[in-house]
Write a protein that binds this ligand. Structure first.
Ligand SMILES: [Zn+2]
Length: 303
C-alpha cells in the first residue's frame, strides 16, 4: 500500500469536513437514522499491511475496579448504556468517575455471572484456526473482534468462527486507533466496510458487538455503533498478551499472561486477548481454559 494513499485520507477527511461543515455529535447521531445510501460515501478505506497494526495497540489501561455491577451487555440487545455516562477518563461536576463503565459508556462486563473471552485483531490464518481447535476441544464459545480487511482476506475463517458458535464483533477495518476522531462519514464507512466483509463471508451474520481499536471509545462512537445494532464492548481483564517485554522468554511471557488472567478474572468479566500473531496467547489459553472452566461459566456474548 503506497504511503501516499494513506496520506490522502486526512486531506479527504478535511475536504469532507469543509463541504459538510462541522458535525456536532447530536446531528451526527440523528443522521444515523438516514438510509445508508443517502449518505455520501468517502473513498474506499485504505488498507495497511497486516504487520502495520501498531503494537501496543493503543490500549487504554482500564482503571482497577472491584467486580461491581456496571454497564454490561446483558441480553445482547442493546447496547451499552447509558450513553451519557461519565467515562473513566473524566468526570463532571466533581463527581468521581464511574469505574464500572468503560470509555464512552462501553461495557466492561457481561451482565451475568458468565465470563466472556474476547479475541481481537484476527482472523489470523495460522493462529485463529489453532485457537478455534482449542476452544472446540474444551467446548468453549468466545467472541471474536475481527479486523475488516482480515475478514475479507480470510472468509473461510469468518465462516468457521460463526459456524462453531462464537460471537462476532466488528473491530474496525484497519485498526485506526484514532477512529473516534475521524469524520462521522469516515467512521460510518469504516464500520460498514467491516460488517460488509464479514457478511460477504457469512451472509446474514449477526454482528452485535463493536470494539474500538485500542478501546478508544467516545460517547459518539458508541452511539454510531449502536446505530448499526452493535453494543460497544470494552473489557475488565487485560493480561496485555501482546506485550512481549524485553528479555522475557516465551515461557516467562506465557506464565505472566496466565497469572494476570487468574488474578484479575471475576464472574461477569469481559476478558481481552489477541489471536493475531500471538501464538503465546494460544499457549497461555491451553492452560487457562481448564482453569477457567473449573471456576466460571464461559460464554460467547449473547447474540
Ligand atoms: Zn485490536
Amino acid at each position: 500500500m503506497p504511503y501516499r494513499r494513506l496520506r490522502v485520507l486526512p486531506l479527504l477527511a478535511a475536504a469532507l469536513t469543509l463541504i459538510l461543515g462541522p458535525t456536532p455529535g447530536a446531528r451526527a447521531i440523528n443522521r444515523l437514522s438516514a438510509p445508508v445510501s443517502a449518505v455520501a460515501r468517502p473513498a474506499p478505506v485504505a488498507e495497511v499491511d497486516p504487520g502495520a497494526i501498531p503494537y501496543p495497540p493503543g490500549a487504554v489501561t482500564p482503571p482497577t475496579s472491584a467486580p461491581t455491577a456496571g454497564t454490561s451487555v446483558a441480553g445482547g440487545t442493546g447496547a451499552a448504556r447509558p450513553s451519557g455516562s461519565p467515562s473513566p477518563s473524566g468526570s463532571r461536576g466533581g463527581q468521581p468517575p464511574d469505574r464500572s463503565v468503560g470509555p464512552g459508556g462501553s461495557a466492561k462486563r457481561t451482565g451475568s455471572a458468565a465470563v466472556a473471552l474476547t479475541f481481537d485483531d484476527g482472523p489470523d490464518p495460522v493462529q485463529t484456526p489453532a485457537l478455534l481447535d482449542l476452544l472446540r476441544r474444551h467446548g468453549v464459545k468466545a467472541t471474536f473482534c475481527l479486523v475488516g480487511f482480515r475478514a475479507r482476506d480470510n472468509p473461510d475463517l469468518v465462516r468457521r468462527i460463526a459456524a462453531e458458535g462464537h460471537a462476532l464483533c466488528n473491530h474496525s477495518w484497519q485498526h485506526l486507533v484514532d477512529l473516534a476522531q475521524r469524520p462521522v462519514d469516515e467512521i460510518r464507512h469504516d464500520l460498514e466496510a467491516t460488517n460488509d466483509a464479514i457478511r460477504a463471508a457469512m451472509p446474514g451474520a449477526k454482528i452485535r458487538y463493536f470494539r474500538a481499536p485500542g478501546g478508544h471509545f467516545t460517547p459518539d462512537l458508541v452511539a454510531i455503533a449502536r446505530g448499526y445494532g452493535m453494543a460497544s464492548i470494552y473489557w475488565q481483564v487485560d493480561p496485555r498478551d501482546w506485550d512481549h517485554r524485553g528479555t522475557a522468554s516465551d515461557q516467562e511471557h506465557i506464565a505472566r499472561v496466565i497469572e494476570a488472567v487468574r488474578h484479575e478474572v471475576r464472574p461477569g468479566a469481559i476478558v481481552l486477548s489477541h489471536d493475531n500473531r500471538q501464538p503465546t496467547t494460544i499457549e497461555a489459553y491451553r492452560t487457562l481454559l481448564p482453569w477457567l472452566k473449573a471456576r466460571f461459566t464461559l460464554r460467547a456474548l449473547p447474540t
